[in-house]
Design a protein around this ligand. Sequence first.
Ligand SMILES: NC(=O)c1ccc[n+]([C@@H]2O[C@H](COP(=O)([O-])OP(=O)(O)OC[C@H]3O[C@@H](n4cnc5c(N)ncnc54)[C@H](O)[C@@H]3O)[C@@H](O)[C@H]2O)c1
Length: 407
Amino acid sequence: MNYNMENKPSVVMMGLGYIGLPTAALIASRGLKVTGVDIRQNVVETINKGQIHIVEPDLDGLVHHVVKEGFLNAAITPVVADVYLIAVPTPFKGDHEPDLSYVESAVQSIIPTLKKGALVILESTSPVGTTRKIEKLIFDTRPELKGHIYLAYCPERVLPGNIIHELKHNDRAIGGIDEVSTQKAIAFYKNFVVGELHPTNAKTAEMVKLVENASRDNQIAFANELSIICDKAEINVWNMIALANKHPRVNILNPGTGVGGHCIAVDPWFIVSEFPEESPLIKKSREANNYKTEWVLEKIKNKALIFKSEQGRDPIIACMGLAFKPDIDDLRESPALYVTETLESQNFTILAVEPNLATSDDRNLTDYNEAIDKADIIVYLVAHNEFKNLETDPNKSILDFCGVLKK
Ligand SMILES: NC(=O)c1ccc[n+]([C@@H]2O[C@H](COP(=O)([O-])OP(=O)(O)OC[C@H]3O[C@@H](n4cnc5c(N)ncnc54)[C@H](O)[C@@H]3O)[C@@H](O)[C@H]2O)c1
């Protein structure tokens, strides 16, 4: 590739959230000059101070270092670069249709800065065909770039809480709109990824990402359905699954309060929305996981009613955990947050506990020790580490929906 800076490409990262910021920092740590772009002024200011606005182990030190060394700086608008990465949100809207407005607006803002030879890589989880849509957007405005820029899709599959390690070590599927784009993108990722880089086409790479999450959703739906069956059959689902998993070819996942987060609870809909007739199982899994959250809610309400009829007063309910999974602060699409807020909106007396958020958060959070002390009903919604060895009064009602108490 014909790059400047002693052949090290300059990079623009569009979106400095959970994916964009760690990726930008990792690339910068390899000595590439990175301009991180975000539409949120406070995010840009925080990063330019060498600080971070999200919770992710080891990220603060890395960002501090690369900003101080001048390899990463943040800005509101993009600059001319050799490589553009796009990691902006792709939520759904209306009846679970993908909302591509963030991707489109990120692309619109880089279009004026594109020069011949530029490589544009979409990392945002996207419906099949999005990379082609980006190509059209670019060439509609800049037809002179046809045949002179490269475009690829490379999905992210990192685990929040272990992002820095996984960015570097996970294998990646990389699909260009043509063979040369695929090869250019692979050459770029070699700058910072030690995992294997698998070439494919853009459409397949887009589908790979959606299918990975639909597969997880489907397997969790199975576990959640088992938890409801076992509850009725008065069987401890955790013990039962542990025993079933002794089979050498069985690997059942853990049930929980539902499925949340920006990915697994969202991405399967991108398949359903585009292939409604062909995806009944994928849709059913989504519905089963959403149903589990409603079931949890009903269980808590029933327990509260029983308490009230026995004690003659409303119970105080400790909702233990708000994040969408253990040991993170991310509340997006969180079933635990939904349960807690629904109980609150229905005038139940709740103490919301989330040890990964500061108690100064405007959600009116309670410290977990104080909550288990004051509550009549303790509801474990997320299996945070802090909850694993808590001493609780054996006379209190405890509902464990996430297996935090399983021994
Ligand atoms: N978080 C994860 O674990 C994860 C894992 C795999 C894939 N993904 C996918 O990666 C993408 C990004 O997810 P995320 O978790 O980093 O989201 P995020 O919300 O944490 O970050 C996105 C950032 O993009 C910024 N932004 C929005 N529009 C912009 C624009 N036009 N220009 C520049 N910045 C803009 C937002 O202000 C925000 O800071 C999504 O498609 C998501 O599905 C996320």
